[in-house]
Design a protein around this ligand. Structure first.
Ligand code: NAD
Length: 338
């Protein structure tokens, strides 16, 4: 059975290799899965992908013609996979539903604290041996209003941490959250949450309903001096509108994100020699009110081990003809025992 791992990072390969099921052949690529890459492959049974791989209809059709039966994404989010196309082509899909919600929630808090206390500017000043603190004023998190959009696994872990800071908690979700309620978080409509909260953190999936959820209109509702954190998906925020609102200096004052709407092909690669041609990202990186990390929120030892274990459990279950722990689409018609 030919398994191809795309977008692999140096720390993944040795971990994956130690638990290879019998009669499987592992092929590793640090490159992204693209149409060009798909066309190079002679025969494939399983594609293991990450968030910036192309799992759109055209690529899936090319790989299906070469034998693809399973897509294993090493992520929780699956907005990069065309599930409809998979179903039509008889391709099963599995993900890692939960590998460490703490890793993402803690990274959201990191962005919040660093931005609020102007850490990037403080470090830059220190580099210039400028030890003044005049422009580093933040605010106490204690008693501030914190709102999350998406009160699922990660959102609730973030709320639990913010409860520890003594914040007042709110959430917006398309369904009531018992867990958020137990922590004392009150549900609010999205517009009210944006207008009332000092801190807003995004934790919902990217789909056709949430694309550009934070746009020119909704960003302009945000409270004066507020901070927006996004560790969910770049496409939730209209970056152009965000930059315009930040430059107005009226409402939203700071933006921290681990994701960017056009991060595919940029994040996870070294552009230090050749540079890159993306003026929006350049503006974000250079903006004094913005702090960007390049999709590293998931990167803790615990999360990486859980990603590997669940991915291989999904693979073994598929080989046995059963649904795995992260099965999204089960198109297996009969056991594939080798
Ligand atoms: P989850 O499924 O447990 O929670 C998502 C929540 O969002 C659910 O409560 C759901 O009801 C809610 N939701 C769905 N549509 C909504 C809408 N239109 N408006 C408001 N709420 C809505 O998912 P999770 O594990 O908490 O992950 C959340 C997101 O975090 C993922 O979808 C993924 O995009 C992102 N993520 C990012 C990283 C990273 O490294 N930066 C890692 C893992 C996950």
């Amino acid at each position: 059975m030919q398994i191809f791992f795309f977008s692999t990072m140096p720390f993944e390969e040795p971990l994956l290799k130690t638990k290879r099921p019998p009669n499987t052949n592992f092929n590793f690529f640090t490159d992204r899965l693209t149409l060009g890459k798909a066309e190079e492959i002679a025969s494939i049974d399983v594609a293991s992908v990450f968030i910036n791989d192309d799992c759109g209809k055209t690529v899936l059709e090319v790989l299906a013609a070469k034998g693809l039966k399973l897509v294993l994404t090493r992520s929780a989010g699956f907005d990069h996979i065309d599930l409809q196309a998979c179903k039509a082509l008889g391709i099963s899909v599995a993900r890692v539903p939960e590998y460490s919600p703490y890793s993402i929630a803690e990274h959201s808090v990191l962005l919040l604290l660093a931005l609020n206390r102007r850490l990037p500017l403080a470090l830059k000043n220190q580099d210039n041996r400028d030890f003044r603190v005049d422009n580093l004023m933040g605010f106490d998190l204690h008693s501030k209003s914190v709102g999350i959009v998406g009160a699922g696994t990660i959102g609730c872990k973030f709320l639990a941490i913010m409860k520890g800071f003594g914040c007042r908690l709110f959430y917006y979700d398309i369904q009531p959250s018992e867990e958020a309620g137990k922590m004392g978080a009150a549900p609010l409509a999205l517009n009210d949450l944006l207008a009332q909260c000092d801190i807003v953190s995004l934790h919902c999936p990217l789909n056709e309903h949430t694309k550009y959820m934070l746009n020119d209109e909704t960003l302009n509702l945000m409270k004066k001096g507020s901070i927006l954190i996004n560790t969910a998906r770049g496409g939730l925020v209209d970056t152009q509108a965000l930059l315009e609102v930040l430059n107005l200096d009226k409402g939203l004052s700071l933006y921290g994100a681990d994701v960017y709407e056009k991060e595919k092909g940029l994040f996870f690669f070294n552009h230090s020699e050749l540079g890159f041609n993306d003026s929006l990202l350049k503006q974000l990186l250079e903006h004094t009110k913005v702090l960007i990390t390049c999709h590293q929120a998931f990167l803790t030892q615990e999360a990486v081990h859980n990603i590997v274990d669940t991915t291989l459990a999904n693979l073994s279950a598929f080989i046995d003809g059963k649904p795995g722990p992260g099965t999204l689409l089960n198109e297996i018609k009969s056991p594939l025992r080798l």
